[in-house]
Design a protein around this ligand. Sequence first.
Ligand code: ZN
Length: 197
Amino acid sequence: MSADARVPESSSTGIQELFRQIGVLREGHFLLTSGLHSPVYWEKFRVLQHPNHTGSLCAMIASRFRALKPAVVVGPTTGGIIVAFETARQLGVRGIFAEKEGNSRVLRRDFAISPGERVLVVDDVLTTGKSVVETLDAVRSVGGDVVGIGVLVDRSESPPSLGAELFSCLRAPAVTYTPDRCPLCARGVPLVKPGSS
Ligand SMILES: [Zn+2]
C-alpha cells in the first residue's frame, strides 16, 4: 500500500467511516430490489466517483495479489470496469471487463485472455457473488488461470465458493428482513426505495 493512500490498511473501521462520510453507506429503512428490507443501503458509485478513494481501495487489492503476478485484471460491468481499470493501472497490467449476455458474461471488444494467462478478477460489491461467478466462468472458459478475487466490499453472509482466494477491503455482511418480520416496519420507520428520488 502506497504511503499517500487515504485508507489505512487493515482498518475496517476506517473504511466504514469513510463510506459513511461520502455517502456510500446510508442508514435508514430501505426497500431492496430483492423485495427485502434493510437498515443499510450501499450506493457504490458514491465511492467509485472519487478516483482517490477508489485508488486507495484498489491499492489494497493490488498489494494483496501483486506477488501472484496477474497479467490481466477482469471485472464485470458496470462498477467492475472501474475497479479493474484502477487495479490494473496500479499493477501495470491490462484491465478488461466481462459483459452480460443472457444469463452469463462474455469478453467482447477483442478482449483476449491466453490459455494459462494469470488473471485477477475484481468487482465493487459482492453480495450473492453472481457477477463474480459469471466473470470467473467467462475467464475460465477461455483457459484463464484465476489467481485471486478482490472486491471492495464483501456483503455475503458466508462467502460463496469461488475456487480462488477472495480478498475484500471491507467485510460487512448484509442485514435484511422480509417485510413481515422487519423491525423497522414494526416501529413505523418510513420505507425508502433507493434511487427513486
Ligand atoms: Zn421494513
